[in-house]
Design a protein around this ligand. Structure first.
Ligand SMILES: Cc1ncc(C[n+]2csc(CCOP(=O)(O)OP(=O)(O)O)c2C)c(N)n1
Ligand code: SF4
Ligand SMILES: [Mg+2]
Length: 327
């Protein structure tokens, strides 16, 4: 390396095990090393040294993970973690989630919880939101979500949410229920709340099974879907037909927004997050009752390998329950 700029290394520029220059090794526009570089001034850099002029190699080199490239070749040391970690997806998780969930691997419900909480943060309504949670595997979320919540009797969340909203109209109120909770135990609750035009948001996590009690068939189990009580798939002759909750609610006056989403693909997760946001916006604008049904994987209750949950859901539930906005 030689140059006219006469940037010096006193006698040697040592480049971490790689290159050593002796004498008046100089650079005109660049000295690049990997690993720790020592220049004449004894300045050590963490990963990359790039010099473009005199000051750089004569004692003023300071590079910390970033490469300066004024006409220089920069080399990033990838043999060890960076000093400043990049922002990762994990680091972006909403701080409303206080700990680890205890649900099965491959369960779709924690994904739904996450986007719900992200929406509350995005809308900046965390401090004025109350959730009403039903009974099911998702019921354990009350321990890890940093939002005011009430856990009520099985299926009764829309009635409790109605009471809260009428007493505290300035608060955003949502329910978090499963299909067993909403469609079996409390179908009349959600239908009446919708028909009354209650200004609340209901979220139904629909996996087509009573997951928490072992994976029995529910009112929403689609034909052909495997459950503990329909192990060969739901058969209409024996088990009757599924009840499409979102479609029922969408047919009622008093309803401001109804949509059905899923968490079986990254695209579906994003789309569903937008739906949840619209549902809350409907409530904040006093637009009437809103419902988002979210299809969620339950590999345990469906007796499928964890990794096959999304595909099984697409082949069964998503064939019967079309995703999209209904109102
Ligand atoms: C009145 C009443 N009936 C039944 C139960 C038992 N039980 C608790 S959780 C649950 C299943 C709920 O299923 P779902 O709402 O679909 O939630 P998932 O577990 O699938 O997430 C049942 C039947 C109960 N706690 N209370
Ligand atoms: S049983 Fe199903 S719904 Fe319950 S935690 Fe496991 S995968 Fe999720
Ligand atoms: Mg369920």
């Amino acid at each position: 390396m030689t140059t006219s700029d006469a940037v010096t290394t006193n006698s040697a520029a040592t480049m971490n095990g790689a290159v050593t220059t002796t004498g008046a090794a100089t650079t005109s526009s660049a000295v690049t090393t990997t690993g720790a570089a020592t220049t004449s001034g004894g300045v050590t850099t963490n990963s990359v040294v790039t010099t473009s002029g005199a000051a750089r190699a004569s004692g003023a080199v300071a590079a910390d993970d970033a490469a300066t490239t004024s006409g220089a070749v920069a080399t990033i040391d990838t043999s060890r973690p960076p000093v400043r970690p990049a922002k990762t997806a994990a680091a972006a998780k909403p701080n409303l989630i206080l700990g680890e969930h205890s649900l099965c691997p491959g369960c779709g419900e924690p994904v739904a919880l996450r986007i719900l909480l992200e929406v509350l943060q995005d809308l900046d309504i965390v401090q004025r939101t109350i959730g009403v949670v039903g009974h099911g595997c998702y019921g354990s979320f009350v321990r890890i979500m940093d939002v005011d919540v009430l856990q009520c009797l099985h299926g009764r969340a829309p009635a409790c949410a109605t009471g809260i909203k009428r007493v505290r109209p300035g608060v955003a109120v949502f329910t978090l229920q499963g299909d067993g909770d909403m469609a079996n135990e409390g179908l009349q609750e959600v239908l009446h709340a919708a028909a009354r035009g209650e200004n609340i948001t209901c979220v139904m996590l629909n996996n087509g099974v009573f997951g928490d009690t072992g994976g029995q068939q529910t009112a929403t189990t689609v034909l052909g879907q495997r459950t503990k009580t329909s192990i060969d798939g739901r058969d209409p002759e024996t088990h009757g037909y599924p009840i499409p909750v979102a479609d029922l609610v969408a047919g009622l006056d008093g309803v401001g927004y109804v949509a059905r989403g899923a968490v079986s693909t990254a695209g579906a997760v994003l789309q569903t997050k937008r739906m949840i946001r619209k549902a809350f916006e409907t409530q904040l604008n006093r637009g009437g009752f809103s419902l988002v049904e979210i299809l969620t994987m339950c590999p345990t209750g469906w007796f499928v390998p964890t990794a096959e949950g999304p595909e099984y859901q697409q082949d069964t539930m998503e064939q019967r329950y079309k995703l999209g906005e209904l109102v």
